[in-house]
Design a protein around this ligand. Sequence first.
Ligand code: UN1
Length: 513
Amino acid sequence: TTSFGIEEALEQLGIKEVNKGTSTGKNWFSEGEEFSSYSPVDGQVIAKVTTTSKEDYEKVMESATSAFKEWRMKPAPLRGEIVRQFGDELRRLKEPLGKLVSYEMGKSYQEGLGEVQEMIDICDFAVGLSRQLHGLTMHSERPGHRMYEQYHPLGVVGIISAFNFPVAVWAWNTALAWICGDVCVWKPSEKTPLCGIACQKIAAKIMADNNLPEGISCLINGDYKVGEMMTNDKRVPLISATGSIRMGKIVAQAVAGRLGKSLLELGGNNAIIVTPDADIKMTVIGAVFGAVGTAGQRCTSTRRLIIHESMYDKVKDAVVDAYKQLRIGNPLDENNHVGPVIDKDAVKNYQHALKKVVEEGGNIIVEGGVLEGEGFESGCYVKPAIAEAKNSFEIVQHETFAPVLYMMKYSGGVENALELQNGVVQGLSSAIMTNNLREAEHFLSQAGSDCGIANVNIGTSGAEIGGAFGGEKETGGGRESGSDAWKIYMRRQTNTINYTTELPLAQGIKFDL
Ligand code: UN1
């Protein structure tokens, strides 16, 4: 891996000392136990990181809550200026950070760079937004009264992110939360802690450059037990959590138990509907990238292809053919399309899915398998596989975070395809491949896709940051990143001002003294 410049990248990111096994260098983390970050690329330990203890968590919260008092008083456009500088620093460090993402998480270097690009894009978006935190004005029913609403900062925002987007999802949350006047405490996945430390370093540098407290951006490390300190903490009015449906249900209940707000971005079970009017070439690119990109570990990954019977054999042959071209290997080597899955547990889940689909009566049309030998020592490289399956299979109903694609047929009109597509508990992303206006509009209508994201002639993954990102049903209902997703990071206040010498009551109530 040295040949791919990992050492240099760690050096540029200022986290080489972490690599040598010392802790994060942050005096917050003095007490917890150490855990290791392994690269799925070569199986090496990249770093040892200290788990945040209860005592250290208290220090983090003190630093966050006191930073909030200062930060909320800065005008929003000034907060935007800080985010602009943060985005500039990300531009400067795009390559080393993209490389670290690739090495610690296992996605291709191109996708690692793409992830940092999403961070940069959301910063730009947030900078503009910092002058547009608009509320409405209303006409009061009382004479000489003015009524309007304003948005105020919320406080400490807790962010729990997943390994698959170890840096971008944090940035979607922080860039918006920061311009909104909030401070953030982030618990990255324990599988990608070094990405978290690298980002924290960048944020801390920008805060220091501007004489701002580092507590505006805080990091805590460890597994779900560390996350629980936050979900149960009344000082954290909003928890934004990305991960499995199982995790989301636990987080949602804990946060609801104290009537806090949660923003949940959970599992997907995303399908592409291929209609008789689909462009085959586009379908193949969308489906194959969607299914094997990030080794099938995006929440927007394509899990199901729902193909019209008249197109079935053609599409199946074209996709199977495309799978033959896939090169699996070190994701830092730009000749490869598919890198490893995150760890050996992910390999087990992948194997379980392939076994289960056969047991339930499915038919494997592209064989899977774990790769062995030179270059595959980590044991995390698997072959993207395809099975013909029924939507009703238990395994098809379940999100397996691996490159396993299920193919199924539909007959008749697009409404039959939609029944299959919507016939799962998840509701994140969906797509239709068609040049038929009627089918496309039906798919987008209220009787169409029930997902938060519905695309026409685009695959299920790779959403732009400008739109609101998230999904319905057990995906959790939260929306992050673009559009008006910022509103969840603020509290709305309705203000009515009386500039007369009378005090008329609303609803015309008479109350004479
Ligand atoms: C995720 O997998 O959690 O739409 C986020 C996409 C990316 C984000 C995925 N922009 O695939």
